[in-house]
Write a protein that binds this ligand. Structure first.
Ligand SMILES: Cc1cc2nc3c(=O)[nH]c(=O)nc-3n(C[C@H](O)[C@H](O)[C@H](O)COP(=O)(O)OP(=O)(O)OC[C@H]3O[C@@H](n4cnc5c(N)ncnc54)[C@H](O)[C@@H]3O)c2cc1C
Ligand code: SF4
Ligand code: SF4
Length: 941
């Protein structure tokens, strides 16, 4: 039962925010209770905001009802700052606008823009934003600015604080200030004169107190995200300038960043890197000091344990395996506008360290392959700890900064400290020039003794970092809940009191993210630790980093992959403990739709997951567990009589098409929608792009002469589903493709009785594993015979089936998807006359998983002068046949499709007939197989 204050808040919010965006059900609040840290807090309400007005309204009401709020952008924070047990205000979809200004020298950004997106917009100017967290492609500007994040190349002078031009911000009382707009500044000065006077007073006090000012200056000479950006008080005099800089790194505790303008930095095109191996950490740190003034873009330290965690993995250099125990490395990167300057720079770096002993000769490379290999070592470290950890343990990332002149002894002592606490597999890596090291280890917070060990470690860690070396306890990840109890210890009483005053001036009612940055509880870092209960080996390695969320087709409709896993973990915990059966049942009931039904099971999440988790795989397993004996028997029957099943489906399509003709599209649509709803989604939802039955083809193999031979497997969907009524080209795909192959001079061979064949994906996606395997074995046998034991290439015309066949038959038979067959074998043999009108292309999930996107686009580019690949559309959400039964998933996944296509783009192309139905429906254009485009171009002229 929701506490009274939250009930009232929910009622008040109903006037200004759509009910669907105010979430209070137990499943989704639980799902939002996780970020990338090792803390968990379950919000009472989640509110998805879509505009400034809504943020203002939420803040005013939250203040009135005394219900604290926490802002959430991409939720990739690792210190526990993007969590709330009160109201979580999540940025919806409407915060993604940006504007590049002044030839790329500035960029204005809304907080929901992903960092990588901003850099892609700046790339043509050879510029980028200064902050560069390793998570730049999965985190957003709001989080980057609010955490003052940085990464490998970003020196202190390039972070959000230093590159800030102006900001649009919203304070706790709902006041909006645009610091780049004179009228707004003037108005704010009138309405908030007292607040600005308070800021001015604190700034004057800080500047007048020399000891304090010196301390602040010294603390920000190195990276520091522990506590507030107190440097704002001494760097600026205008209270509004101070205010906007205080918001940087404030982790949502001082106000909301609604827009930000950043000065960009140069991104030279020529790059070279070297992995330099030193005999010990001391020498590596000495080298870092020596290259401090050399022209480096990044200097990454990795200790022996780091290198050990990736050695022997695919793509890693062999020499890593033969290094001595104490070895440490620097990965040095340098960038220049031209090759001559690049050479001069690598020479300068070599000179700076030439007198130091190295384990292997120093060699810089600008070869793209070798360069990529070196950086994959660095990028693989965090995932490798995540992947190697024992089930149930959590990855802990500490983020320390030492002054550069003490980096060598401090790092050695840090290694000793980790050993003393038996964190034997801990790795140390980081940005050496900044003295910023990440300490990554695993801990089982489910055990009391482990929590106690972590508590002892943190106390001694603070003694080493703060008391002995006067370093920062956080350099780039933000204070969060993790370091909040140590802020006073690091900064001292006077500076801490200043922070408290800042908070009470800007958030007098303490409603903005309380407990983060400032926290009176000295044990706060040991509370709300996230349990990571074992669920299934498929998902147990999940580190809840959020890298999989962006491309998931169900992320707006229901849950993301990370949330699916987080809920499964809680279900496993509840089941094991038996502590709250009613809650467990309720969660299970909601999970059926939110977690299982609306997962497209496309496996797209595995592509971006650092530990290769395919959440769809566990969903399919859960579907399988629900399938009872009757269904299992029925599915086995269908598998055995598959030609009959396809014929029945074709018959159903005939009848549906007749009804369409007689009733007309709009009446037919209303009728079908009613039936779909009344049947609780059991009756498939019809739409006007529904395929007509594919006219029955006779699959007769050509006799082989001197022509090259190809085995063509027409999938069951292309054998069954023809073009949609009204499509100007009514030939079914198997007819079209066979004709094209013959035109290109191929002899076409079919497997025996293809009508009965199927790769089994239709069964597998629903968890019907036994019939899926039956079909796979059957097709393997048929393709083996048809391809003369694997001598001939096998062409499959539907990408999801190609993927399944490749996965199952790889190494035994040579299966090619239609996109690669066209690209690699057919295009060169056909006379192509490209069309002038733009064409849209959709790369299905399976195309992405087979890494064939470029080939598909290459085929389209050979056939059309302009090819449009709409940004931000990854999976169409049709998911085999789910588009018929759960059309809302497809609608949600393709909600931006129509508006991302120009009016003169009249046709779309893809490689899966079922996906093409949904793409047609939500774009208002006929989508067909890419084969039709090639055929069209080959026949023009
Ligand atoms: C694999 C991995 C690698 C990482 N590497 C780095 C790294 O190299 N460097 C680094 O610095 N960090 C790194 N991080 C941490 C994290 O990705 C960054 O700190 C990132 O900037 C957080 O952005 P986000 O969009 O996820 O924000 P969130 O986590 O959602 O929020 C971050 C903070 O900002 C607040 N906030 C969000 N939006 C707003 C807003 N509009 N106004 C005011 N406050 C707001 C939130 O309340 C929260 O306190 C990494 C994380 C992961 C998982
Ligand atoms: S599934 Fe992978 S990408 Fe997604 S949160 Fe878990 S570890 Fe990260
Ligand atoms: S399989 Fe697809 S729909 Fe399911 S969680 Fe992964 S990305 Fe999302």
């Amino acid at each position: 039962m929701l506490p009274e204050a939250y009930q009232k808040l929910r009622v008040s919010l109903a006037d200004s925010i759509s009910k669907s965006r105010v979430i209070d059900d137990p499943l989704r609040t639980l799902a939002y209770g996780t970020d990338a840290s090792f803390y968990q807090l379950i919000p009472k309400l989640v509110v998805k905001v879509e505009g400034e007005d809504e943020v203002v309204q939420v803040l005013r009401l939250a203040r009135a009802h005394r219900t604290p709020v926490t802002f959430r952008a991409a939720g990739t924070s690792v210190s526990g700052q993007a969590l709330s047990d009160s109201v979580l205000v999540v940025l919806g979809e409407n915060w993604r606008r940006y504007q590049v200004g002044d030839n790329g020298v500035q960029i204005r950004l809304q907080p929901g823009v992903y960092g990588g997106e901003a850099n892609r917009a700046l790339a043509r100017f050879h510029r980028k934003i200064g902050p560069d967290p390793a998570s730049i492609n999965i985190c957003t500007i709001g989080g980057i600015a609010a955490n003052n994040s940085s990464g490998m190349c970003c020196v202190t002078a390039q972070n959000s604080y230093q590159t800030l031009v102006s900001m649009r911000l919203i304070l706790a009382d709902g006041a909006v200030l645009d610091t780049g707009d004179t009228a707004s500044r003037n108005k704010f000065a009138q309405t908030h004169g007292a607040l600005l006077a308070d800021i001015d007073r604190l700034a004057r006090h800080s500047r007048a107190n020399k000891a304090l000012a010196d301390r602040i200056r010294r603390k920000f000479q190195i990276r520091n995200t522990c506590g507030y950006s107190l440097n704002a008080l001494i760097d600026f005099e205008d209270p509004i300038d101070i205010l906007q800089h205080l918001l940087i790194g404030s982790e949502g505790t001082l106000g909301f960043i609604a827009e930000i303008t950043l000065r960009t930095i140069a991104d030279p095109p020529h790059k070279a890197s070297a992995l330099i191996l030193f005999p010990d950490v001391g020498t590596a740190c000495e080298a870092a000091t020596r290259v401090k003034h050399a022209p480096t873009a990044a200097v990454e330290l990795m200790d022996r344990a780091s290198l050990r965690s990736v050695q022997g993995r695919p793509g890693m250099p062999d020499y890593l395996e033969h290094l001595e125990g104490g070895v440490a490395s620097l990965l040095i990167d340098t960038r220049a506008a031209d090759r001559v300057s690049l050479k001069e720079q690598t020479d300068a770096i070599n000179r700076a360290i030439e007198s130091l002993r190295t384990v292997r000769p120093v060699r810089f490379t600008d070869d793209a392959g070798e360069y990529g290999q070196l950086w994959r070592i660095r990028q693989g470290l965090y995932p490798s700890v995540g992947a190697m950890r024992a089930t149930g343990t959590t990855v802990v990332t500490e983020d320390v900064v030492f002054p550069l002149d003490v980096l060598a002894p401090a790092t050695t002592e840090l290694q000793q400290l980790l050993r003393r606490h038996a964190y034997d597999h801990a790795i140390i890596l980081g940005h050496a020039l900044e003295g910023n090291l990440h300490v990554i280890f695993t801990e089982d917070f489910g055990r009391k003794d482990a929590v106690d060990r972590y508590a002892r470690f943190m106390d001694e860690y603070a003694t080493l970092v703060v008391d002995k070396y006067d370093g920062s306890l956080k350099g780039e990840h933000g204070t969060g809940r993790n370091i909040a109890p140590f802020v006073e210890r690091e900064w001292g009483r006077e500076a801490y009191t200043l922070m408290r005053e800042i908070k009470s001036v800007l958030d007098p009612d303490n409603i903005l993210n309380p407990g983060v940055i400032l926290n009176d509880d000295r044990q706060a870092h040991l509370k709300n630790l996230k349990p990571l209960v074992a669920v299934d080996p498929i998902v147990d390695k999940c580190i809840e980093c959020g890298a999989c969320e962006q491309t998931c087709p169900s992320k707006v409709l229901t849950l993301t992959p990370r949330q699916r896993i987080a809920v499964l973990r809680e279900l496993a915990r509840l089941q094991a403990s038996g502590e709250d059966r009613p809650r467990e049942w309720e969660l299970r009931r909601h999970y059926r739709y939110q977690g299982i039904e609306t997962c497209a099971a496309d496996g797209l999440c595995a592509l971006t997951c650092p530990v290769d988790i395919d959440t769809g795989a566990i969903v399919k397993q859960l579907r399988g567990r629900r399938n009872g004996r009757v269904r299992r028997t029925a599915m086995q029957w269908v598998a055995r009589h598959f030609d009959l099943a396809c014929a029945s489906a074709r018959m159903a399509l005939v009848m549906t098409d007749r009804a369409h003709c007689i009733l007309g599209p709009s009446f037919m649509h209303r009728l079908a929608r009613g039936a779909h709803r009344l049947s609780a989604s059991r009756v498939p939802q019809w739409n006007r792009y529904m395929p007509m039955p594919a006219s029955l083809s006779r699959f007769v193999s050509d006799s082989t002469g001197t022509q090259p031979r190809v085995v063509y497997f027409p999938s069951c969907t292309s054998r069954t589903l023809g073009p949609a009524r009204g499509d100007p080209d009514m030939d079914p795909l198997p007819v079209k493709l066979a004709a094209l192959l013959r035109q290109a001079g191929y002899a076409v061979a079919y497997p025996d009785r293809p009508q009965r064949l199927c790769c089994g994906i239709v069964f597998e996606s629903k968890g019907d594993i036994a019939p899926a395997e039956t079909k796979l074995r059957e097709i393997e046998q048929a393709l083996r015979v048809a391809s003369r034991g694997g001598e001939d290439l096998i062409l499959c015309d539907t990408s999801p089936c190609s993927l399944r066949l490749k996965q199952a038959l790889d190494g035994k038979l040579r299966v090619l998807d239609v996109s690669e067959y066209l690209h690699d074998h057919l295009l060169a043999r056909l006379p192509l006359h490209p069309v002038t009108a733009p064409v849209a292309v959709h790369a299905t999930c399976s195309i992405r998983r087979m890494n064939l996107e470029e080939k598909l686009i290459g085929v389209a580019s050979a056939c059309a002068e302009e090819v449009i690949v709409p940004d931000g559309i990854a999976c169409c959400g049709w998911a085999g046949d789910k588009g018929f039964t759960r059309p809302e998933l497809n609608a949600s996944a393709l909600r931006h499709l129509a508006k991302s296509l120009p009016a003169n783009c009249e046709a779309g192309y893809s490689t899966s007939r079922t996906c093409e139905i949904g793409l047609s429906l939500h774009s208002g254009r006929y989508y067909r197989s890419i084969v039709y485009l090639v055929d069209h171009c080959a026949r023009r002229g």
